[in-house]
Design a protein around this ligand. Structure first.
Ligand SMILES: Nc1ncnc2c1ncn2[C@@H]1O[C@H](COP(=O)(O)OP(=O)(O)OP(=O)(O)O)[C@@H](O)[C@H]1O
Length: 585
């Protein structure tokens, strides 16, 4: 302030910028002009708890040319009583900007750990007027070092953590700080919450956890209808174990289900399963390879949507694990899955393995519960549908419950005359959506297998091209460019919605094709298995019923949706009879 009185050339500088032109003489306690400019200064951090000093510091970062503290408190010619009031007049406190600035500043000086602690400390006394706003603006900064720490802890420099997982890990830390003070995130309902488990999920979690903790190894199957929270359970277990530095390998039988899992991969990619499986197959994992090392280090292996894959895949995986783990200790070679804990999950009402030209019996025999492994499997059941959000309106709840029962009855074969697993089901007109502007957003099926030939046409990808970018079997896209050898598309479903991608035109030759080729990896029309629904059907679930075309209608999918309206069935014509293929085993 004395320098401002003396040197007019410094009056346009904030306190932080002052050292760029002036030098402080610590002996004489005064500022004098620098001979050479270029120094950078910063103000010492002052915690929010220091109240007026904190606000004084905020003002020093904004006000210029002040020659007294009174000048600092003056805004628009009015002298405020406190630094805080002056900050408010300068709009420095709107939207919790003071806290955002304070956290941002500490982030430059300290670790992510310290700013997470700071955020928790601000939450505790309810200092922030809108903590959610601060969280949304800063959470990536709060989670800044988590990925680095995890890579270091797991000794895996290539580790990738999804944004959702990062948020959970960050919240977990904040929750831990709050617990130190006898509180938890639950006390702050307006904040994003940590995963909490319902009774069935908790029981399953505890059983799996105790086996992992005691390193005894076991095989589990978590059985639950769509929406009972299997994926939620996988996520919770994964977050928890990984937060303790343990390795959890997540895989799913389908690409689109795998992108819902933290660090999930398709089972084929995760376990190097051969495409053509037989009774003697083994995974293509070399004993001394990195993949084998990872499997040895893994505390838990999760395999979602297991009923979709042929039993040969599980048996191949079990043999491979015995081989790999037998190298660690010869006794492991006789243990189930080499002594590893492997948790399978899925819903037998959903899609079962595809057996080309197979009968119903062939399909049932190819399903995981027909394997010799099943006898050693502990089945854990989830029964509460978590996707259904019951409202305070009893009539609405009743209607939802009736609708769910109707869907389950169809799948259980209680409605319609079933012939060889198929039945004609009458759909009541109140379930039909007559006009729909954007069917891609609301459709489950059905394939037309037409060649992709027009811009603006909705398509579904039929190959796992790049699961981490959301390009997998089941991803929905809209054609935006048709080139000679590449097609440009925009993703319209899942977490990569809106992304523009270009994929080469390619031939699809099924392993048992006998010369049959499909035109491109993306096929016009929509067909999704139940497992594809969560990310590919975004807002509403419907079945598109095509006159005269036999479509595989996974009606039970709709049973998990939040409300009856969300489960409308769309019929382009007046087709009200759906041919539902029963897949119940
Ligand atoms: N304990 C829980 N607390 C809050 N929400 C939950 C809980 N468990 C599940 N949910 C929510 O319920 C919905 C359905 O759960 P989830 O996707 O895990 O079911 P699912 O059994 O995997 O379904 P599907 O078999 O159709 O894939 C999701 O929106 C999930 O976030």
């Amino acid at each position: 302030m004395e320098a401002n009185k003396k040197y007019p050339q410094g009056r346009h500088l904030t306190y932080g910028k002052f050292p760029s032109v002036f030098r402080y003489d610590s002996d004489g306690h005064f500022w004098k002009p620098r001979k050479r400019a270029g120094s950078v200064g910063h103000l010492t951090f002052i915690p929010h708890s220091c109240k007026e000093f904190f606000y004084l510091r905020l003002l020093l970062n904004v006000q210029v040319g002040c020659t007294s503290y009174k000048d600092l408190r003056t805004v628009g010619g009015y002298v405020h009583d406190s630094f805080r009031e002056a900050c408010a007049a300068l709009h420095l406190l709107e939207d919790d900007r003071e806290f955002i600035e304070a956290i941002t500043e500490v982030a430059e000086l300290g670790s992510g750990f310290s700013i997470r602690k700071m955020f928790a400390n601000l939450l505790m006394p309810n200092s922030m007027s809108n903590p959610l706003n601060v969280w949304e603006k800063l959470w990536e900064m709060l989670a800044d070092d988590i990925l680095f720490e995890r890579r270091r802890l797991l000794n895996n420099p290539d580790l990738v953590i999804s944004l959702e997982d990062l948020q959970q890990l960050c919240l977990l830390d904040i929750d831990n700080f709050l617990r130190g003070d006898g509180k938890s995130l639950e006390n702050y309902k307006f904040m994003p919450q940590l995963c909490y488990l319902n009774f069935d999920q908790l029981r399953a979690y505890q059983e799996i956890r105790s086996v992992v903790d005691n390193s005894v190894g076991s095989m589990f199957f978590v059985d639950g209808n769509g929406g009972t929270g299997k994926t939620y359970l996988w996520k919770t277990i994964s977050y928890k174990l990984r937060s303790e530095g343990k390795i959890v390998l997540n895989a799913a039988s389908s690409g689109i289900a795998s992108i819902l899992l933290p660090g999930g991969k398709t089972a084929h990619s995760q376990f190097q399963l051969p495409l053509v499986l037989s009774k003697e197959s083994c995974c293509r994992i070399e004993k001394k390879s990195k993949k084998a090392e990872l499997l040895i280090m893994a505390s838990l292996i999760i395999w979602d949507k297991a009923p979709m894959i042929h039993i040969f895949a599980f048996e191949a995986f079990q043999r491979t694990l015995q081989d790999i783990m037998g190298e660690v200790d010869v006794k492991n070679a006789d243990l189930l899955f080499g002594g590893k804990t492997v948790v399978f999950g899925g819903d037998f009402r959903q899609i079962l393995p595809v057996v080309p030209k197979g009968t119903r019996d062939d399909i049932v025999n190819a399903t995981i519960n027909s394997s010799y492994l099943w006898r050693k499997c502990r089945v854990l059941r989830l029964t509460q549908n978590m996707r259904l959000q019951y409202s305070s309106d009893n009539a609405e709840n009743e209607s939802v419950a009736l609708f769910v029962k109707w869907i389950l009855d169809i799948v259980d074969g209680k409605i319609g005359d079933i012939e060889d697993g198929e039945a004609i089901v009458e759909i009541t007109s109140d379930l039909l959506v007559k006009n729909v502007s954007n069917p891609i957003d609301r459709a489950i099926l059905s394939p037309t297998l037409d060649v992709v030939d027009q811009i603006g046409v909705p398509v579904m990808l039929l190959r796992n091209l790049d699961v981490s970018s959301g390009l997998c079997n089941g991803t929905r896209l809209i054609i935006i460019y048709l080139g000679f050898s590449a097609i440009g598309m925009q993703i319209v479903s899942g977490s990569h919605r809106g992304d523009v991608v270009y994929i080469p035109r390619m031939s699809l030759v099924p392993s048992d094709a006998n010369g049959v080729e499909l035109e491109t990896a993306a096929q016009r029309g929509v067909e999704a298995s139940n497992s594809n629904l969560q990310s590919s059907v975004s807002k509403r679930i419907q079945a598109q019923l095509r006159t005269g075309q036999k479509s595989h209608v996974s009606l039970q999918a709709a049973s998990g949706e939040p409300c009856r309206e969300a489960s409308d069935l769309w019929s382009p014509g007046d087709q009200r009879r759906a041919l539902a293929t029963m897949t119940s085993s």
